[in-house]
Design a protein around this ligand. Structure first.
Ligand SMILES: [Zn+2]
Ligand SMILES: [Zn+2]
Ligand SMILES: [Zn+2]
Length: 152
């Protein structure tokens, strides 16, 4: 189903449906909440497609980012990470990021409580917000437990 969406979008943009493009999109779609780096995508893709090179994977990712099919994110750990972007009819983004300061884990948080804030900004500043990016820093459940144990 997602495969068909990919193909349709590539076709609409006048791009060829190549195996490289399909395997990179598939890797990202199957690891939606993992926030993979280009090297990690390469490792996954290689299993399916051993003859692919890292440079091709990079190029393919950049192309897909340019088409909004893939989003690049920087979460402050020095890596550029990628996740599947928006597809037709979807909202501009689908989750926020919780980042653990201790272990570096990235957790996706799906509740979006910012609609009200955006409405208020429109009202008071006549500024129309079309997108936002939220990163929340703190400690994950496991690290929190470890910290509490070491303190007692
Ligand atoms: Zn943690
Ligand atoms: Zn994400
Ligand atoms: Zn949001």
């Amino acid at each position: 189903m997602l495969q068909d969406d990919f193909k349709k979008i590539l076709k609409e943009k006048g791009l060829k449906i190549t195996k490289q493009r399909m395997v990179v999109l598939k890797a990202l779609a199957s690891c939606e909440d993992k926030h993979l780096t280009a090297e990690e995508i390469y490792e996954i893709v290689k299993a399916d497609f051993p003859e692919i090179g890292l440079a091709t994977v990079y190029r393919t990712i950049q192309l897909l980012v340019g088409l909004d099919l893939v989003e690049s994110i920087q979460l402050g750990d020095g890596y550029v990470r990628y996740e599947i972007g928006k597809f037709q009819g979807e909202e501009t983004h689908h989750h926020h990021h919780l980042i653990c300061l201790e272990c570096g884990k990235i957790i996706s948080f799906r509740d979006d409580l910012l609609d009200e804030l955006e409405a208020r900004i429109m009202e008071s500043a006549s500024f129309q917000v079309i997108n936002h990016e939220v990163k929340l820093y703190g400690y994950c459940k496991e690290c929190l437990e470890k910290r509490q144990k070491s303190q007692s």
